[in-house]
Design a protein around this ligand. Structure first.
Ligand code: ADP
Length: 256
């Protein structure tokens, strides 16, 4: 468990964008009220355009709400911070740096690398890429590159880990392996993780909670606690029941 409790709150958060072509406004998020804490792995699902990525960008501090506020332990989020680490769908690695130097990058720019070299070693070990530490990103497979991107964020020991479809670009087998790897890493510190995914099974397999959203305006339509131990059995009756419940909320239910 993380050393201290981390409570993230979205208080009546709305985010609108003016369209350039006409006078219309896109209501990306409409009065979202949510509370999340460390120990939770939140899966965000919903159709394209329902505001999932906008929520992550607001929590990251990369964007500001139009109205309402976001707080971490009652402190308003105003700007990005290494305490809120983001991992994108496409592994955003520096192609001119080796795997080891990509992982060490943020410690180096913060002047914290000296004395922390063993952290870099540990991260390499966690993702099983010690033998590839001198390789460049262009030499890695998609799954390997995404592992590097993941631990590159984790090295800052973020209180909140933001995952924007981190596995969306991977093939099905690599994806399932990576789901287990991310869970293993998350279980070490149980920081608050918030993951956007389009894959309902992935949302249930990984999340302690699945938040289902809908679009125009972007809003929360269901907030479902997944009360199952890890590792989860994708074919269990409970799993299938969660899947049906979520599909119904997304209007893909068979019997409506
Ligand atoms: P999702 O991640 O669920 O697909 P997004 O959060 O990316 O949804 O977007 C929600 C809505 O806000 C969409 O209609 C999108 O077009 C709009 N939107 C998001 N970011 C911007 C932006 N920077 N400028 C204008 N419109 C945006």
């Amino acid at each position: 468990m993380a050393e201290k409790d981390i409570i993230l709150r979205l208080n009546k958060v709305s985010k609108s964008f003016a369209k350039i072509e006409n006078d219309e406004v896109t209501h990306a998020l409409n009065e979202i009220d949510l509370s999340m804490k460390n120990g939770e792995f939140i899966s965000l699902v919903g159709p394209s355009g329902c505001g999932k990525s906008t929520i992550l960008r607001l929590v990251a501090g990369l964007a500001q709400p139009t109205t309402g506020s976001l707080t971490v332990n009652d402190q308003e989020i105003k700007e990005p911070s290494p305490e809120r680490g983001m991992v994108f769908q496409k592994a955003t690695l520096f192609p001119w740096l080796t795997v080891e130097n990509n992982i060490a990058f943020s410690l180096r720019v913060q002047g914290k690398l000296k004395g922390n070299e063993e952290k870099v070693e540990r991260m390499l070990k966690i993702i099983g890429l010690e033998a590839f530490k001198d390789d460049y990103p262009g030499q890695l497979s998609g799954g390997m590159a995404q592992r590097v991107a993941l631990v590159r964020s984790l090295i800052n020991e973020p209180d909140i880990l933001l995952l924007d479809e981190p596995l969306g670009a991977l093939d099905a087998f690599t994806r399932m392996n990576m789901q287990d790897e991310i869970l293993k890493i998350w279980q070490e510190r149980k920081q608050l993780a918030i993951m956007v995914t389009h894959d309902i099974d992935e949302a249930i397999y990984m999340g302690t909670r699945v938040i289902v959203m809908d679009a125009t305006p972007g809003r929360v339509v269901a907030d479902i606690k997944i009360d199952e131990n890890y590792p989860r059995d994708r074919s269990s009756a409970a799993f299938v029941a969660y899947r049906n419940e979520i599909l119904n909320r997304l209007h893909f239910g068979g019997r409506e």
